[in-house]
Design a binder for this molecule. Structure first.
Ligand SMILES: Nc1ncnc2c1ncn2[C@@H]1O[C@H](COP(=O)(O)OP(=O)(O)OP(=O)(O)O)[C@@H](O)[C@H]1O
Length: 347
């Protein structure tokens, strides 16, 4: 495979390269300080995806996003956004991209609504005749209609974040690039943003959304890319990524009594042998935690066996089953597994 991207940009009109709305090759940013903030990443955001761009503070997400938007010049590598090479195709590409990036240029003394008026007026590609209706709809969508007449300087961090989102939604977009959209929002606001992202995706937009809070964004993503120290550790469909190197990502969690743990372990270890095709995929007991009152959970990775095999086998072996269910490793589990580190500030 060629390591060079082909820009398919005819007569200045960008066309999407393949199925990806964002594609980078070896994208790198080294700052003058010598810091390599982004280190040769190959990002691939499929059309229609909600791509969670995840990583601890300082892992390089914002710098990557700024390169995608033509705000930072890459040191090396290439970036295609909606088929156009950035920053060269910025003029053709950016009207189709709604972006929420840190520190949007809002005027502190103007109201939220007036700030949107101003942004819309300087957008040469926006239709002034529909401006009022579009601004009203964007404010409504982010739940800011009631606060639209307040000056920006009196907005809370969460309200500022919502206004930034409204600015990104002033017109229909093919791609939304949202950098930490839940920053400063309370749990209710965070849920609303997740809901909004889902709606936008259903309306046909592709979404690239960054976050250092895995669990927040995890729930809404179809795809994820995980950054650590400037490198893209892993990316792909969310469920494939969380199943990692395991034959099956699914884990069975059995609640039983301490006296029955060994019996449960024996059944789990034996189960793989029940089906010859899964003989090499032995279920391994990973954990046994005390729950108090003598109740204990035993967690095991399901190899070739399915949950429906486990329950009857336990019962047949006279293992007391207080509860049984499955559990998928979280993205955080995957991150810790890949890096051996917690999800803290990188540097
Ligand atoms: N203009 C700059 N000059 C020098 N170093 C920078 C500059 N901007 C960012 N960095 C450094 O590059 C690294 C990556 O920063 P970046 O903002 O891209 O991370 P991030 O993953 O977006 O973090 P956060 O979640 O905190 O926003 C950090 O170590 C940061 O200090």
């Amino acid at each position: 495979m060629s390591s060079t991207l082909t820009e398919r940009d005819h007569d200045g009109v960008p066309t999407t390269g393949g199925d990806a709305v964002v594609r980078t090759r070896g994208l790198t940013k080294k700052f003058r300080s010598g810091q390599v903030a982004v280190d040769g990443i190959d990002l691939e955001v499929p059309r229609g995806a909600v791509y969670g761009f995840l990583g601890p503070n300082g892992s390089g997400k914002t710098t990557t996003i700024r390169m995608l938007l033509g705000l930072v010049q890459p040191t090396s590598g290439e970036a295609l956004v909606l088929g156009g090479a950035m920053p060269r195709s910025a003029v053709a590409v950016l009207p189709r991209v709604g972006a929420l990036v840190e520190g949007p240029a809002f005027q502190p003394y103007l109201t939220g609504r007036r700030n949107l008026d101003r942004l819309d007026a300087v957008d040469m590609t926006a239709d002034p005749r529909t401006s009022k209706a579009r601004i009203g709809a964007a404010l409504e969508r982010v739940g800011l209609s009631a606060a639209a007449a307040k000056p920006y300087r009196n907005y809370s961090l969460g309200m500022k974040q919502r206004l930034g989102l409204a600015a990104a939604l002033l017109r229909p977009r093919d791609l939304l690039i949202l950098d930490e959209p839940t920053n400063g929002l309370d749990p209710q606001g965070t849920r609303e943003v997740r809901h909004l992202i889902r709606e936008l995706a259903e309306d046909g937009a592709s979404v690239l959304v960054s976050s250092h809070l895995l669990a927040e964004i995890d729930q809404v993503c179809t795809h994820v890319g995980v950054m650590s120290r400037g490198k893209l550790l892993v990316q792909g469909e969310r469920d494939v990524v969380t199943s990692g190197g395991r034959q099956s990502g699914e884990r069975v969690v059995i609640t039983t009594l301490r006296d029955h743990v060994d019996g449960a372990r024996r059944v789990l270890a034996r189960l793989a042998g029940v089906d010859p095709s899964s003989a090499s995929e032995a279920a391994s007991v990973e954990d046994a935690d005390h729950l108090g009152d003598g109740a204990v959970t035993v967690t095991a990775t399901l190899g070739g066996a399915s949950l429906s095999d486990v329950a009857p086998a336990l019962v047949a072996a006279d293992v007391l089953v207080l509860g049984i269910g499955t559990d998928r490793p979280s993205l955080e589990d995957v991150f810790v597994e890949l890096t051996g580190e917690g999800f803290d500030v990188a540097r």
